[in-house]
Write a protein of this length. Structure first.
Length: 161
């Protein structure tokens, strides 16, 4: 691919990553849907992709290496999102990542009420759906698509140079 095309693709991925993060924060803070621990972890690959692409675009170097790193980031994101999807669907058990911080040390009424306010959402509870699908389900397809695109670009990089 030519430099213009790679730059365009990098810009599209960075825009999409920013859009995904803004959407997640909008759902959390404006629509008041509390995310589970895995939902929070699923945001990390988008942050990493923004950092990697920004470094590549600012330095105008490391384009091929950036594609390889982005591929790894998005395939890792696919695995995390699929794991979350599996927990939501009940074919994978919740792990320590989804720990609900049940400490039960103080049993006063006030302490229990305060603890309930702070308690994170279970990873198996879907609090927000679009077209009947959870955000983890969307994230599986989006991350897999971005992983395939960046891998293909990495593999054909030398041919199009």
């Amino acid at each position: 691919m030519s430099k213009i095309k790679n730059k365009t693709i990098f810009n599209l991925i960075i825009l999409f990553s920013v859009f995904a993060l803004i959407t997640a924060y909008f759902i959390q803070y404006v629509l008041k849907h509390q995310p589970c621990n895995l939902c929070l972890i699923e945001r990390i690959p988008y942050i990493f992709s923004i950092i990697v692409i920004s470094i590549c675009l600012l330095t105008k170097k490391f384009e091929k290496m950036s594609l390889m790193i982005l591929s790894l980031i998005f395939f890792s994101a696919t695995l995390i999102a699929f794991y979350h999807f599996g927990i939501e669907q009940g074919f994978i058990k919740e792990s320590l990542v989804c720990d609900l911080n049940n400490e039960g040390k103080s049993l006063s009424k006030e302490a229990l009420l305060e603890q309930l306010k702070k308690m994170p959402v279970s990873c198996k509870d879907v609090t927000f759906r679009i077209f009947g699908l959870s955000l983890a389900t969307f994230n599986v397809f989006i991350s897999l698509t971005l992983g395939v695109i960046t891998t293909k670009l990495f593999l054909i990089y030398e041919k199009n140079r």
